[in-house]
Design a protein around this ligand. Structure first.
Ligand code: 13P
Ligand code: SF4
Length: 330
């Protein structure tokens, strides 16, 4: 059925379909191909680029995205782009970060309801209370937070640079919010004392040591790599932990025969395309926020130039400073 459809002269963009064929049926593809063609046209007329997070679905990740990466890469690329319009195929805090770094550009998010359980877990008042409880201790904010929260803090971090950021401050104690598990996983690698908060990623907190044991029992020779938003005991039971880009880097350099990516569902789908010789075990949990972003939503965003991301000027300067301090660390 699939091969027959691929052979027909009318089948659109077989080059792109080859990258998503394990996830998109030939029946679904023509409507997606139409959205992709429209997005390609609109990107040219609007002077737009699409930044996509590694958790976006393959039909976004492998077709219309100009830049793909982890939160750190997307922030770095947002800081560099000369496009007039940036469409963020990711969650709201990622779009806010792009806007902070591009105050004069138009930043669009296809669905502004694409939130994050970490960003929801803490308020600016909570950070002020932490500062009162721990006077003089610098506050590091995970980028998975609102601009209002970033404005209250000294510096941002991502899962890809958290250890470096903690150690860059040259102090014996820091506050790192809001991800308790990321903070504990970093604390295990440094002498710096880390005070944290009780926020969790709703995707990664669901993985357990029993899940890892089950994977190892089912696939004896498997290499298990986990995201550091997972509970510390899950990270301890894994062979490697790192940001989504670091997970891809691990697969790229080590080329394990079989690997389990303990993270969001789309990661393995996206990465597997580039490593056909690696067997991917997929113990995935879905991020409902990331999945609010669709091809048709990206098309609509470029057609209507909405939803535009705006940031209250009263908080933008302080929030930008926290992000720029992080980027300056390199
Ligand atoms: P990174 O891609 O920076 O590892 O972040 C993972 C994540 O959960 C983003 O929401
Ligand atoms: Fe937030 Fe977790 Fe979803 Fe990332 S995967 S956006 S941290 S809920």
């Amino acid at each position: 059925m699939q091969n027959a459809a691929l052979r027909t002269a009318e089948f659109p963009r077989p080059d792109l379909y080859a990258r998503v064929r394990h996830h998109v049926t030939p029946m679904e593809w023509p409507a997606m191909a139409e959205d992709i063609a429209a997005i390609e046209r609109l990107k040219r007329t609007r002077g737009a680029i699409v930044l996509a997070h590694n958790y976006q679905t393959p039909e976004i990740f492998h077709t219309v995205s100009d830049i793909v990466g982890d939160s750190l890469a997307l922030a770095r690329e947002a800081a560099k782009t000369d496009a007039d319009v940036i469409v963020v195929a990711g969650v709201h805090f990622m779009a806010e970060t792009a806007k902070l770094l591009n105050p004069d550009k138009t930043v669009l998010i296809p669905d502004s309801r694409a939130g994050c359980s970490l960003a929801e877990s803490i308020t600016p008042a909570d950070v002020r209370a932490l500062r009162l409880a721990h006077p003089g201790v610098p506050v590091i904010t995970y980028v998975n937070t609102s601009a209002a929260l970033k404005a209250e803090t000294d510096i941002c971090c991502t899962s890809g640079n958290a250890l470096k950021v903690v150690e860059s401050l040259g102090v014996p104690k820091v506050i790192m919010v809001p991800d308790e598990y990321l903070a504990r996983n970093i604390a295990a690698q440094t002498d710096v004392e880390i005070i944290t908060w009780g926020g969790h990623c709703e995707v990664h907190e669901r993985f357990s040591v029993a899940d890892i044991a089950e994977i190892r029992a089912a696939y004896g020779d498997v290499t298990v790599i986990a995201h550091p938003e997972c509970p510390p005991e899950v990270v301890a039971a894994s062979d490697f932990a790192g940001s989504t880009a670091e997970m891809i880097g691990f697969v790229d350099t080590r080329r394990p025969t079989r690997v389990a990516l303990v993270t969001e569902c789309s990661m393995a789908d996206n990465v597997a395309v580039h490593y056909p010789e690696v067997d991917f075990v997929r113990p995935c949990n879905l991020c409902p926020h990331m999945k609010r972003i669709t091809l048709s939503g990206i098309r609509r965003a470029l057609e209507t130039m909405g939803e535009e991301v705006t940031i209250d000027p009263a908080i933008a300067a302080a929030a930008r400073r926290s992000v720029e301090r992080m980027l300056a660390i390199g």
